[in-house]
Structures are given as structure tokens and as C-alpha cells.
Design a protein. Sequence first.
Length: 229
Amino acid sequence: MPGKSTEHEIELIIEHLDRDRTGSGGGHPPTRDGGDDGDSGNRRREPEQPPYQRRYYTAIIVAMVAILIFFMALASAYIVRRGASSDWVGIHIPPILWLNTFVLLLSSGTLELARRRLAHGDAGGFRKLWMFTTILGVGFLAGQYAAWRLLQAQGVFMATNPASSFFYIFTGAHAVHLFGGVAALFFVAAYRFERSRLPRAVAAEVASYYWHFMDALWVFLLALIYVGK
């Protein structure tokens, strides 16, 4: 009968479409990525990090947010005190601070070069650039101490006036936090990650987040001190 014939033809069409979609019947299953390389999609898919690695990223983000809140509170107090003060005497910024800033920014560049060497499997090049970055960090701290000594030689101490108080607070607090970054750089360079589940590349990336953050924070603080001098 025509009705049964029509229903049979519809069933055959549906069955044919199902075979094309699933790749059955001797055909090849269609690739979602296109092209001849069937595993290109797997290469583009980033492997998911284990939970014990993700917690390091979470910890450094929380730490940076806490540090940022602390310094923003100091900056707010600085702006309010500067605007409402009648005894504010601006200090002469020691020229060595500009050199210190250059050294710190240079350290960010060498750190990224070190990470690139590590990504390409050049362990020796990574260690050299990473240690050079660490030396630059120590050099920045030494330069900050030299700036304090220069101010003290001019008779400018923490209790001299509100401007000098904030200068020592800003630079001292930043130096303490940057010292933690230097310790992290030493750790990444010296620790034997072969005995740990944490890859060196992950540790280097987490340390780089903190280091770049401290660099940007210092540029902000220096600009704030310069405007309010």
C-alpha cells in the first residue's frame, strides 16, 4: 500500500542519515577540527591542571590582592594627609631611585627570558637568567638601602615630617614584600623539583606573577611619591 511504502522510505532515509552521522557502514567519522590531522583538536586542548597545582595559583592571587589592599590603604592615607596638611615638606627624591626602578624593570624582562628558556628545555640557560634576575632583585634592595642612607645624610629621617614618614613607610613596606619575592626566586632556582609533584615551570610561573606585581606596585608608589614631593 502507498502508506506503508512511504513509511518504509522515510525509515530508510533516517537510517541512512544516522549512518552518515555516526560514521558506521564503512565511512570515516567526521572530524570536528577539519583538515587531515585528526588529533589537532587534542593538541589545542590545554590539559587540566591537577588540584594540588591550581592551589598555588589561588594562593598567590589571594596574597597579591591582600598586598594591594594594604598599599591602597596607605596610598589613601597619603593623599588625605597631603591634602589636609599644613606641615607637609616635600623631600628631594634621591636620584638612585630612578636607577633602582630601571634595575627592577630589567629584572622582569630577564625573568621572562628565563621562563622562555625553560619552556624550550634549556635548563642551563634558565638557571643563568633566573639567577641574574635574582641578583637584580638583591641589587634593587641594596639600592633602596642606599637611598635611605642618602636621605639620612641630608638629615631627613622618618620622623622629620609627614612626607618623609610616608616615604620610609612606602619604600620599607615594599622592600619587605620584595624580599619575599627574592626568597621565592632563590627557592625556584635551588629546589630539586625532580623529587616533588610540583613542576619547576609551575613554580616559576607563580613566582613570576608575584615579581611582576611587585614591579608594577613600585612604579605606582614612585609616581605617587614624585607627585606628592
